[in-house]
Design a protein around this ligand. Structure first.
Ligand code: AMP
Length: 126
C-alpha cells in the first residue's frame, strides 16, 4: 500500500499509457510538468483532465512526494488550461477523486476541470 491507502503506482494505468503516447488523447496543453486532455466521457460541455508528468497515484501521494517545482508547475498548468478553454469569465469547477470513497478510477493523480454550464452547488451523486 502507498501512503494513501491505494496500491503502489501501476505504470500500466491508462494515464501513464497516454503520457507515453501509447494511447491517443485529445490534447489541450502539455508542458514540463503536466498534460491536459479532454475526458473521453464528458459530464459537462467542457470536461478536461489535467495530470502531472510524474508517477503519482493520487492527490495525497502527489502533494506528499512531488517537488515544490512539480506542484507549482502542475497547478499553474491547471490555471492555464482553464484560461485557454475560455472558462475564467463564467467560472468552472476543479475536482480530484481520491481513493475508494472518492470514487477514483484511474490511479494516476488527475484534476477534473468542469465548465460550460451552471454546475450547481456540488456534483450530484453518481
Ligand atoms: P476518476 O474517477 O476521477 O479516476 O476519473 C477518471 C476519468 O478518466 C473518467 O472521467 C473517465 O471518463 C476518464 N478517462 C478514462 N479513460 C480515458 C481516456 N482514455 N481518455 C480520456 N479520459 C479517460
Amino acid at each position: 500500500m502507498s501512503v494513501t491507502g491505494l496500491p503502489p503506482y501501476d505504470p500500466q494505468n491508462i494515464f501513464a499509457r497516454i503520457l507515453r503516447g501509447e494511447i491517443p488523447c485529445k490534447r489541450i496543453h502539455e508542458d514540463e510538468f503536466a498534460l491536459a486532455f479532454h475526458d473521453i466521457n464528458p459530464l459537462t460541455p467542457i470536461h478536461a483532465l489535467v495530470i502531472p508528468k510524474g508517477a503519482y497515484v493520487s492527490a495525497a501521494d502527489f502533494h506528499e512526494k512531488a517537488s515544490d517545482a512539480e506542484i507549482a508547475g502542475f497547478w499553474r498548468a491547471v490555471g492555464h488550461v482553464a484560461k485557454s478553454l475560455g472558462l475564467d469569465a463564467e467560472g468552472y469547477r476543479l475536482l480530484s477523486n481520491m481513493g475508494g470513497n472518492g470514487g477514483q478510477e484511474v490511479p494516476h493523480f488527475h484534476v477534473h476541470l468542469f465548465g460550460g454550464r451552471r454546475l450547481g452547488r456540488m456534483v450530484p451523486p453518481a
